[in-house]
Design a protein. Structure first.
Lengths: 338, 277, 369
């Protein structure tokens, strides 16, 4: 993560002082020049400039400050809790235990599956949503009847709250007896699948993908509109077929938006919670427990604050590694363009 | 043998049909949810699922008897609008400052703000929970407003920043030459020009807060629980209340779905931090 | 009264000196044009006058009042931007009245002024439209109207015509000239287009690399450029430059040998020149004639001819590879690749020394430092 902004504030005021010194020297030079009416004071440009810098700082700092507190205070508490024995069910001595909590969390039966499930969940949803997103965006880029309605339908799932999509999928679609999927399976003469007991993680991945494909479509569809038609025409004149146009023109054009999709989806997918909470509750066993859910069970179901904190810190570290890689990958692009 | 023109037309029609097929597939769960909300509980649970049935409004009429729907809806409204209001109050000045008084640190500040979004909520769940418990914020709307304001702030700052960056500097300079003070410059020139962008930022913040389901499930119980939590409460009595679940879900999602449809174009910019237009 | 004095003005931006000490006097009612290639500092100079940029050192006086450090709005200036910078959310009327509204001027007075300006600019019927609903030329006029209603001491124009198409540009140019007469105001106008500079200006300021190269009336600049830069910048097509060596110099004449062959004697003060020194001869296309090849010592090859109807511009190449443009009559039909002779009008040629400084011609006005 970046250096906290507050560290750089003193430097800002320093450079202001420099400017003041500069101004004093220029005005002393000017004093020697032929004297005419000299106006200065509060309305002077440089004074104005300095004042505006202060205003700029004053307007920015509330946001920076609250975000800093939001980030630093809980994080510091998490670090502290992770180093002590602290269970809400057994109040009393919160003795310092060093890295014991980390040891227990990392060797807990749930951790390995939690980490693996997180990886599976993030990886497969990213893959599914990006591939589907690109294909759909390209498909919808052609003109056809009812394109506006199609676009609206395609992005709709993104606006459905996670608890609703999880329950609708679980009960109305994936239910092994009266779900729509079961009916389709039966229609083709197959035995309906009990998704949540046979492929619990697969079912979750399906639900989450359904929620996030629209996001990829939304971003990539918009990006497609800025694709230079002349470039495509030139490629066609050069003898490129649709597939070559896709590979050599469309995909490179979409590289940046895809990076944006990957970054933002990763942020949200690392902490998928409500979908698991409302469907499987992390089970059966640990089969659908990701790190977020594991920490939740530790903290709010088993009341083991110390261990949950160590888990939380591990999640932060994992997220930071991902964030670092992602910001390095595309963060520069994001600001350079604006 | 088809002529080139005919082949093209056929291709267009086929691709159009394919797009419609994909769109219907993706939209189907929502369609089915709305459909089920008009079924009786028996129709909803029948095998195979029925596409045709005699619709009933009973589920909607009964929602309030099972749980106080309006209580939860009110919580959702208060929390979404409250956090959006405070978010805007913080984000507009910050974005203004960064867009028009750009310094060497502006870019790193923006990236740092973005990085706070990368902090997984579970990482700070425990301390926030304990802090809220100690300060009496647990299960209060104020508590949720604080959390939502903070988690949406970086996105709002980014979004407004990109809108402000697009305003030609000339216009603000013209205002300055016309004698506008800093305040007049903002209220009479900047804000009116960017009201479209600000409106879509408000929409995005409303959508994100309305649908948020980590903090609302963990920090609220009954008195401050928003609709996300109400819907989650339908997960336990499995199977028996599908039609009612669908009705509640439809009511919970409809407003935001419509918001989303209306603002889809502007949302892209906010969601992609201005990287895609 | 409104005259502007600029003294030793310097602007440093991120360690780079953009304006390198400018001194300039602009008199009341004058139409002054800053002209120069892109990056010469002309826009920066205008923005320093407007107060949109911070002055590094030096001072600006308006009517003997120092405005160097004054806030832009308090300088009694109005500016027309290249992008017009209209407020997109305000109607034409509100765009024009904004400054007066802010200043708290009486409503009736504002209406009067806006209506007057609208009449002058023929915007009457557009007053309730938003800028989006206007054409480029109309937006331009609103931008000017916004400046007019404030009745400033000085009008500033930053390349105001560069976003218009060619035909409209000519029309607006004429309108600006008319406006200047009508308002009888001091105007400062920045452009990179020397035709605009020549047609509009009472006084042209040629800038290059953050310095003033020459200040003078359009014809002064045309007839008596002080150096090779100004000579090459003013006039279309450009003046040709030919390398030469001094053969003999006296206070009344200079004789030279051109690198490409011919020898000429010019009636100039050659007292500062030494025999054998390298100099440059400048010839404008309109001051040179094509003659029969046999009688001329100056032989060139015809490269390209452009027929404009009234004139024909011939692009020719000397034996040294130096290129010249020659203006010939419209019915001139050259054979491309032919060898022809040239006859420059020696009285109207320009001579520059090794540093590119012009050898003063008789009748040249005295240059202020």
């Amino acid at each position: 993560m970046e250096t906290p902004r507050s560290l750089s504030f003193p430097r800002a005021s320093l450079s202001n002082k420099d400017k003041r010194a500069n101004r004093m020297s220029t005005s002393s030079i000017r004093a020697g020049s032929p004297a005419v009416h000299t106006t200065s004071g509060p309305s002077s440009v440089q004074g104005e400039h300095r004042r505006k810098n202060r205003i700029g700082l004053a307007m920015l700092s509330p946001s920076v400050l609250v975000l800093l507190i939001w980030m630093a205070v809980p994080l510091a508490m998490t670090i502290y809790f992770s180093l002590i024995r602290y269970n809400l069910l057994y109040p009393g001595d919160n003795e310092f235990v060093g890295l014991e909590n980390y040891y227990y969390f990392l060797t807990d039966a749930g951790f390995t599956s939690g980490a693996l499930n997180t990886l599976w969940l993030v990886g497969s949803v990213l893959l599914i949503s990006v591939i589907a997103g690109v294909l759909i965006a390209v498909l919808v880029d052609n003109a056809f009847w009812g394109r506006g309605i199609v676009r609206v339908m395609l992005i709709s799932p993104f606006f459905i709250m996670p608890t609703v999509s999880a329950l609708v999928w679980k009960n109305l679609l994936l239910h092994p007896v009266s779900g729509v999927f079961a009916a389709v399976w039966r229609f083709f003469g197959a035995t309906p699948i009990d998704w949540f007991s046979e492929y619990p993680l697969g079912a979750i991945i399906m639900i989450v993908s359904w929620q996030w494909i629209p996001f990829a479509v939304l971003i990539l569809m918009t990006a497609m509109q800025s694709l230079d038609q002349e470039q495509k025409d030139a490629a066609r004149l050069d003898g490129a077929g649709p597939i070559n146009v896709f590979i050599h023109i469309t995909l490179p054009h979409l590289a940046r938006p895809i990076a944006v999709v990957v970054m933002i989806e990763t942020i949200f997918l690392l902490s998928i919670f409500a979908e698991i909470f409302t469907t499987t509750g992390g089970g059966p066993g640990y089969e659908t427990t990701n790190l977020a859910f594991l920490i939740y069970t530790q903290a709010l179901l088993q009341f083991d604050v110390g261990m949950a904190s160590s888990g939380g810190l591990i999640a932060v570290v994992i997220a930071n590694i991902a964030a670092f890689l992602l910001i390095r990958m595309i963060g520069k692009n994001l600001t350079d363009k604006s | 043998m088809l002529s080139l023109k005919q082949a093209r037309q056929l291709q267009t029609v086929l691709l159009g049909l394919l797009a419609w097929g994909v769109a219907l597939l993706i939209f189907f769960p929502i369609f089915w949810m709305v459909l089920t909300s008009f079924k009786t509980e028996i129709d909803a649970f029948s095998t195979p699922p029925q596409l045709f049935f005699s619709p009933t409004l009973e589920n909607y009429l009964q929602i309030d008897s099972r749980s106080d729907y309006f209580h939860f809806a009110w919580n959702s409204v208060v929390v979404s609008f409250g956090s959006t209001l405070f978010g805007m109050l913080l984000a507009v000045p910050a974005a203004y400052s960064m867009a028009f008084f750009e310094s060497k640190r502006t870019k790193s500040t923006l990236l740092w703000m973005l990085s706070t979004k990368m902090l997984p909520p579970v990482g700070v769940l425990v301390p926030i929970y304990l802090l809220f418990k100690d300060s009496g914020l647990l299960d209060t709307k104020v508590g949720l407003v604080i959390i939502y304001t903070l988690i949406n702030l970086p996105i709002m700052v980014w979004m407004i920043y990109t809108y402000f960056k697009e305003i030609p500097k000339d216009i603000l300079e013209a205002a300055r030459l016309d004698g506008a003070t800093a305040t007049q410059e903002i209220t009479q020139v900047l804000l009116p020009i960017s009201k479209g962008g600000l409106a879509s930022t408000v929409l995005l913040s409303l959508i994100l807060s309305w649908n948020e389901a980590f903090w609302s499930l963990n920090l609220t119980a009954s008195s401050a629980a928003p609709l996300t939590a109400l819907v989650a409460s339908y997960s336990s009595p499995e199977g028996l209340f599908w039609a009612k679940l669908s009705a509640v879900s439809t009511l919970a999602c409809a407003p935001i779905l419509i918001f989303g449809w209306l603002s889809q174009k502007q949302l892209v910019r906010g969601l992609s931090f201005g990287a895609v237009k | 009264m409104s005259d502007l004095k600029i003294r030793n003005l310097k602007k440093v931006f991120e360690g780079l000196e953009i304006i390198k000490g400018v001194n300039l006097d602009i008199n009341d009612h004058e139409f002054v044009v800053f002209v120069g290639p892109s990056g010469c500092g002309k826009s920066t100079l205008l923005r320093l006058i407007a107060g949109l940029e911070e002055v590094t050192s030096g001072s600006i006086y308006l009517d003997d009042r120092e405005i160097t450090d004054l806030a832009p709005a308090k300088r009694d200036l109005a500016m027309v931007f290249q992008s017009y910078a209209l407020y997109p959310h305000k109607t034409v009327r509100k765009n024009m009245s904004f400054a007066l509204d802010l200043a708290g001027v009486d409503k009736a007075v504002i209406d009067q002024k806006v209506n007057d300006a609208a009449r002058i600019l023929e915007l009457d019927h557009l007053l309730d439209r938003k800028p989006k609903a206007l054409s480029g030329g109309q937006r331009q006029r609103v931008a000017i109207g916004r400046a007019i209603v404030r009745q400033p001491k000085v009008f500033l124009f930053d390349e105001p015509l560069s976003n218009l198409d060619a035909a409209l540009r000519v029309q607006m140019r004429l309108e600006l000239a008319r406006l200047h007469q009508e308002l009888n105001a001091t105007m400062i106008y920045v452009t990179h287009d020397q035709v605009e500079a020549m047609t509009l200006a009472d006084k042209v300021v040629v800038l290059n690399g953050g310095r003033i190269e020459q200040v003078g009336s359009p014809l002064e600049l045309y007839h008596y450029p002080v150096n090779q830069f100004v000579a090459g910048f003013i006039g279309t097509p450009k003046m040709a430059f030919l390398k030469a060596r001094v053969k003999g110099a006296s206070p009344h004449s200079v004789s030279l040998t051109l690198e490409c062959g011919p020898e000429y004697t010019l009636e100039l003060d050659g007292s500062q020149l030494n025999v054998g020194e390298e100099v440059t001869l400048g010839v404008r296309p309109e001051h040179i004639q094509v003659t029969q090849s046999a009688d001329s010592p100056f032989k060139v090859h015809l490269d390209v001819a452009e027929h404009l109807g009234a004139d024909t511009y011939c692009y020719v190449k000397a034996s040294t590879g130096e290129t010249l443009t020659v203006r010939a009559p419209g019915d001139f039909e050259p054979g491309l690749g032919d060898q022809v002779g040239l006859q420059p009008d020696l009285a109207r040629c320009h001579l520059f020394d090794g540093q590119g400084v012009a050898i003063p011609k008789p009748g040249a006005p005295a240059q202020a430092a």
